[in-house]
Design a protein around this ligand. Sequence first.
Ligand code: F6P
Length: 352
Amino acid sequence: MHIGILTGGGDCPGLNAVIRAVTLALINEAQARVTGIEQGFLGLLTGRSRPLDAHAVEGLLAQGGTVLGTHNRCDPFHFFGAQGADCSAQAMDCVRRLGLDALVAIGGDGTMAIAHRFEALGLPVVGVPKTIDNDLFHTDRSFGFDSAVAVVADALDRLETTARSHGRVMIAETMGRYAGWIALEGGIAGGADVILLPELPVDVDAVAAHCRAREIDPGYTLICIGEGARLQDGELTVRERIADSPDPLRLGGVGHALERALSQQLDSEVRTTLLGHVQRGGSPTPFDRVLATRFGYHAAELVRQQRFGRMVTLQGDTVGSVAIAEVAGRNRCVPTDHPLLRTVRGIGVMLG
Ligand code: F6P
């Protein structure tokens, strides 16, 4: 067997750990040959690839990013480099030239949607869910999420120092796109007093009243807001629109919009920190290293058993799989009846 591996979409802590586990398990247990496709699906158009063996994946477990490189705009069925033309036949030629029997695609909803289309063209595929946003359907956790939450918690711990010392309202804006998982769990772990999610309506006046009450005691407020949260006008805060991209809206800036709105109503100074790509950077947490290793091993098992068209999942503590067709292009937001929401409300954290 000759198996290709690629990483698609944004980089994420744990990608290298998956590459390592898939490669080692395929070599050890399936005597397979493994090739890394570089820069995501773009590598299937340019033919850029490299052999992977035990030596090539040595030391990858704790390394952030992806040694294969990635691309978050390349969809061969709608190729940005050819005015949106369908270049999938060219990609399939590359698959034949390389002599690949199957592909392991590590990525988010967009990558799964593309992988699913290649499956229909006759390329056997196994998917591995990656995203710091934790918003993929049918998996309770994607690797990378725990690492992002750790960054948010650390940032809030540090912002609390200034909030307390200066009697300020400090806002931390997290990533997460249209799902509030990072803001919710990062906010809880970092002790935020107000957590604002894309899934819940945000009442700026109520947030201001909450901060005003806290101006007297304890004198400061820590707010954690997800980038996809909508303020009173119900609009998303969009930093940039990108033409010919599967993900055309670049979110960001809602924290600063909230800062402007709160400043008009409060005596305290309000300051915002946009956490941005630091949430995606650096070494994966031990939890993500273990999860990435479990996912990689399971992906290799699916290949060995020739169970293609499936994406690895974590449900409860069990690693399993679902049909990629069931997850492709679908997102999983925080349900408004999620038990964590009751928990945080119950300890007096304001939610919106
Ligand atoms: O999906 C992961 C993610 O980090 C989102 O949380 C964020 O909105 C987006 O990617 C940013 O993407 P880019 O690196 O292309 O700006």
